[in-house]
Every structure is written in structure tokens, then in C-alpha cells.
Design a binder for this molecule. Sequence first.
Ligand SMILES: [Zn+2]
Length: 175
Amino acid sequence: MQTDPRFNVESFNLDHTLVAAPYVRTADVKEVGGERIVKFDLRFTQPNERFIPTDALHSLEHLLAENIRNHTDRVLDLSPMGCRTGFYLIMRGDASPVEAARLIHLALGDVLEATEVPGCSPVHCGNYRDHDLDGAKLWARRFLSVKEEDLAKVFRDEYEEEELDRIPGWTGFSR
Ligand SMILES: [Zn+2]
């Protein structure tokens, strides 16, 4: 499935042509000071098919980073991927992709309820004009349309062909 590691960066060794987004994947696990640290790849859009516009991604980042911490005290970081197809979530403890998917579902539910983007001011943000709350809600709804249990499926060969048609990232994409 995956090629032999050749890069220092874990995601460079992931074959992005084989995945079926949206998904939640364990990207890395490390022991730091006797505690386990887990990094998740929260992929919102199908790599090299679609990407989230910068303003919507930025608002999603603010909303998710703020709201996910209302549901757990184990989040160390949540940050967007430079390719704009998703986010990385770093948690302490023995977190599983199912648990991460649960937390993301909760935080995305909060996004749909939001009336403003937290930290959207020149005091709290480095580019406060570059936000789109409606866009953030659109991408949140898209991710939420995938069942939590399906988010743990990362590769397209984990799905039946007819199931792929129901995944937002694969609509209109032939195998
Ligand atoms: Zn910001």
C-alpha cells in the first residue's frame, strides 16, 4: 500500500493518490517525556482534486482550534496543511483516529452554530481580514456528511465502489 519511507516528513511517504478523503488518519506517534503524543491527519478534501480557499481554511482553523479545546484538554495543536486539503491535530495520550474523529465532529458541530470567527481582530490574528465564516460552514457540513465510522477509512480500497460515490471527495471522480 504505502511505499518505503524515503523522507523525514511522514506525509511525504503517504501515497496521496490512494486516499479517500474526508478521513482521519494517525500520521505519527511519539513518546515525549514518558507521554505519548499522537499526530492526526484530518483530510477534508481529496488531494490534488480540491482544496479549501485560504479565507475559509483560516476561519476553520480559528473555529476548530478554539472549539475542540472545549471538548478535551488533550489537544496540543491544530493547524492547517499548507496544501489546504486539511489539518493536523496533535494530542497527548493514547488517542485513536475514532476518538479524533469524534472530537472533530463535535468541533465542526460548533462551527455550524458559530455566529462569528473567534480571534478575528487585528489584536488576535495575523491576517484578520482573510476570513470566511460561511465558507468554513460549507466545508464543515461537507466533512460532517461522512459518518464518523467511515472517517477511519483512509484508503479508497477500504470502500466498496458504490460507497465511494457517496463520499464528497469522490463525487464525479472515476476510479
Ligand atoms: Zn488568524
